[in-house]
Design a protein around this ligand. Structure first.
Ligand code: C2E
Ligand code: MG
Ligand code: MG
Length: 570
């Protein structure tokens, strides 16, 4: 039996009971309350839970129209039916215009039940439509994945916060946060895991923020926070609180993932008077935090300048790649036992139209941060392989090219390399790839799979700058690498007769079955020491500086010649 909660605005108890009897006859189980003044009506409305309201049109000391206004103020949708003995046709029509659902004459109560049913039906249609509209509006202003406000709603809230802050002379802070290493999670574990991480991050951040703050997802792994009544100092404290909330690992099925973020801060009125300018400046500060490996950073003009410079560099890098301004120089690696050149390392140079020949440290970092490292690496590989064909193919000496950690997030690179080799008819064994050990450590399992793909193609793999990273030996042991290159900072210690670390590294490499190369050999003394310690090969200014392909070729040919001559005499 349908239950109906009816609020009756009526001064006659008898009339009320007559109406209730009609409803009960139609099969409703009715709960009702009678109100006859503004005060009793207010009390009944406050109680809530009413399905429908009947109201007399004329009451002593009260009126149907006043009751209607009071009910509508409380609830815009609840069905409202006038029940009256006195209402005239004109008044009834006017009443319908003011938001009454129907009217029923008390002397014709047979109409009451159909009127109630129709009103209930209509209200349910209306509320379904309203819910759908609300949902559409919600979706337009919220992010579907995390249900947080999106960029549009953030801009709106920020604008409101700034305009009310301006009136009361208070600050408003804006924080922009970007997760560190999120792309790696997405690339290595898949979007499903990436989505779960974003949801958990959103939940944690929402839990620690104040009620008056707004948190939004700007897109990707970027979040933003509007903090009313907060300046730079306060914002820094809040930023640290947010970052702390991310420190606990995120548990996901069997794995636990570590995420961290970089936060940029800007605030009104110090850094801008509009939402747009604050967003832009918080973004610049966030970028400064990211590149400076800080947890959070406050906007400064200096950072803006850096951002401008960075923008210029990005455009120039892009143009440089398109205009073919990158070339390679080659530095030989020499076998310490035989004196033979075992291979050449290709080192990228930028022939910049205004700044002249630039070394890698002037552009590799920027290329890595902007994603331009991918096309740049391809360019370097193309150059090196073309140079091999022109200058070194008759010597059959392999060329080693450096890869950035970022390159190894590109699942297409191995196939690209395969194509580059095939189209030039160069055997894969003539190409080596150098990888720094930190890449390996960020995600050992993935690294191992990736390196196996490269190694299976037939290319040689070297761990570069060994000793400067954090590699754990147990991982190195499992990787398909062939060469270990000891970083020049350790090799330099040999000049001071300090050989413990280098000796250790050489022994370790040999125990793992690797060929060991010392980088940065700058004197005969160091070379001789390395030879004594059993190091396989050396690279350094003492042997040969990096130089253009043809120059290196002449050096190699001369070297091989003198070696043969020396061999012939001995
Ligand atoms: P790296 O791979 O460790 O390369 C060796 C660096 O040491 C080269 O610097 C070389 O010029 C320098 N070097 C060689 N012998 C000596 C020596 O006896 N003493 C001293 N002090 N230095 C020596 P370069 O060419 O400036 O390259 C720096 C780094 O830039 C490279 O270090 C490599 O990590 C990176 N790099 C170079 N080319 C590329 C590239 O095409 N792609 C990527 N991702 N990185 C590159
Ligand atoms: Mg290298
Ligand atoms: Mg190195």
């Amino acid at each position: 039996m349908a239950v109906l909660n009816v609020l009756v605005i009526e001064d006659s108890q008898e009339d009320t009971l007559l109406m209730i009897r009609e409803l009960k006859k139609a099969g409703y189980s009715v709960n009702f309350e009678q109100a006859s003044s503004a005060a009793t009506l207010a009390a009944a409305l406050a109680k809530g839970g009413w399905d429908i309201v009947f109201s007399d049109f004329t009451l002593p000391g009260f009126s149907g129209t006043a009751a209607l206004a009071q009910v509508r103020k409380h609830d815009a949708e609840i069905p409202f039916i006038f029940t009256s003995g006195t209402i005239g046709e004109d008044t009834a029509v006017a009443a319908m215009r003011t938001g009454v659902d129907d009217y029923v004459m008390k002397n014709n109560l047979k109409r009451l039940v159909p009127a109630v049913e129709r009103a209930l039906r209509e209200v349910s249609v209306r509320s379904a439509r309203r819910r759908a509209e609300e949902r559409v509006i919600h979706l337009a202003y919220h992010d579907a994945l995390t249900d947080l406000p999106n960029r549009y709603l953030l801009q709106d809230r920020l604008k409101q916060a700034i305009s009310s802050a301006r009136r009361v002379h208070e600050p408003v802070a804006l924080l922009v946060m970007d997760l560190n290493g999120f792309k790696a999670i997405n690339d290595s574990l898949g979007h499903y895991v990436g989505d779960c991480v974003l949801q958990q991050v959103a939940a944690r951040l929402s839990r620690v923020m104040r009620e008056s703050d707004t948190i939004a997802r700007l897109g990707g792994d970027e979040f933003a926070f509007v903090l009313p009544r907060t300046d730079g100092e306060g914002a820094t404290a809040v930023a640290r609180k947010f970052l702390r909330s991310l420190k606990e690992p995120i548990l996901f099925e069997e794995c636990s993932l570590m995420v961290s973020g970089s936060i940029g801060i800007a605030w009104f009125p110090e850094h801008g008077a509009t939402g747009e300018s604050l967003l832009q400046k918080a973004d610049i500060a966030m970028y400064a935090a990211k590149t400076g490996k800080l947890e959070c950073a406050i906007y400064t003009d200096e950072r803006d300048l850096q951002a401008h410079r960075r923008l210029t560099i990005i455009t120039e890098l892009q143009e440089g790649i398109e205009r073919d301004e990158f070339i390679c120089e080659y530095q030989p690696l020499v076998n310490l036992k035989t004196g033979r050149v075992t291979c050449l390392e290709a080192l990228a140079r930028w022939r910049h139209p205004r700044h002249g020949l630039l070394p890698p440290e002037a552009f590799i970092g920027n290329a890595e941060q902007t994603g331009l490292i991918e096309p740049l690496t391809i360019r370097v590989l193309e150059k090196a392989l073309d140079d091999w064909n022109t200058s070194y193919s008759h010597l059959q000496i392999p060329i080693f090219v450096n890869l950035s950690p970022r390159n190894l997030q590109d699942p297409e690179l191995p196939d690209r390399i395969k194509d580059l080799l095939r189209s030039r008819a160069i055997p894969p064994s003539m190409l080596g790839l150098e990888i720094t050990e930190n890449f390996v450590m960020s995600d050992p399992l993935r690294a191992s799979k990736y390196l196996t793909r490269l190694h299976d193609m037939g290319t040689t793999l070297a761990i570069d700058d060994f000793g400067t990273g954090y590699s754990s030996l147990s991982y190195l042991w499992q990787l398909p690498v062939d060469v270990l290159k000891i970083d020049r900072s350790f090799v330099a210690e040999l000049a001071r007769a300090e050989d413990t670390i280098v000796k250790c590294a050489i022994d370790l490499g040999h125990n793992l079955g690797l060929s060991v190369v010392a980088e940065g050999v700058e004197s005969a003394g160091v070379r001789d020491r390395l030879r004594k310690l059993g190091c396989d090969a050396a690279q350094g200014f003492f042997l040969a500086r990096p130089s253009p392909a043809q120059e290196t070729l002449r050096w190699v040919e001369q070297q091989q010649g003198t070696r043969f001559m020396a061999g012939g005499r001995g």
